[in-house]
Design a protein around this ligand. Sequence first.
Ligand code: FES
Length: 224
Amino acid sequence: MDTAKPRRYNWLFFCRLLPLRIESNFMSDNEKVDKTRRQLIVATSVVGGAATVGAAVPFVASMWPSERAKAAGAPVEVDISKLGPGELRTYAWRRQPVWVFRRTPDMLQDIKKDDGVVSDPNSEVPHQPPYAKNEYRSRKPDLAVIIGVCTHLGCTPVEKTASDKAEMGAAWNGGFYCPCHGSMYDFAGRVYKGVPAPTNLWIPRYMYLSDTKLVIGKDEEGEA
Ligand code: FES
């Protein structure tokens, strides 16, 4: 009678067998090995790729312009329904001040008087879109859209009306004065002769969306 007790295997025994079993499986089925390797490679690549993408996102994101930067360069819509005669409002577009200015009939007459005192009365220097190369440098005579940056060294001129003649001189019919070095512009943004600024003020691209709304930085040709 076999009284031998059943052999007892402890956990160490199974641990020793396990690598053999795995190896045996791999060695006995090459297809399975290839498939497993492919899966492993794919999985590793995906994980690696995901890690790479994960690591790259903050870097790429840091290269993209921020929402604020994009907004700063985007066209700006302006409601002009409440812009009264003689009123000027300033809007930021591409980090520049843009004046939207409702000129009065008197101001339009003053512009006509200025032809002899400004250096480029017909706006030959292309500092405006083609539709603003006219007497008033605008799409409609009364409404001016002008970049309020002096063409000398970039200061922002201030408005001076015809009533400021005592300060500005007898030839002054109203317009814009740059306090930095004394350049003068009329109400169409045309530069006076004999001042430091070399050219007229810039006119941005703009277009009317309706009778009461316009957009700065965009026209029929697209965005500026
Ligand atoms: S920056 Fe305007 S006159 Fe010099």
